[in-house]
Design a protein around this ligand. Sequence first.
Ligand code: AMP
Ligand code: ZN
Length: 103
Amino acid sequence: MDCIFCKIAQKQAPAQIAYEDDEFIAFHDIRPKAPLHLLLVPKKHIPSLQESQEGDAELLGKLLLRAQKVAQEKQVKGYKLAMNVGKEGGQEIDHIHLHLLAQ
Ligand code: AMP
Ligand code: ZN
């Protein structure tokens, strides 16, 4: 599958990895919009939130909890989370991901 975030998760494409576990990977955005700009990505290929299903509920919940963990590890005091959904919503990469932005 020609998905850059799947390739990063499988180490077939380079990225500056900030966090990884069995189900998620976080890496630095190549065009950072804040001093800290990470992308938190489930390793499972889900194209967008609109394509996620009831069976993904646990994974989606964990996505938020991993954001909390990564923010804690990065020792940021506060942060913004953002998810673009669909082309019209500003989504460029068709693999669900959460932006974590902090100073
Ligand atoms: P979105 O618009 O929500 O789909 O966000 C995609 C983000 O991925 C953008 O902020 C891009 O700068 C970033 N991006 C695209 N390709 C890469 C890559 N190979 N490594 C890291 N970040 C990337
Ligand atoms: Zn993918």
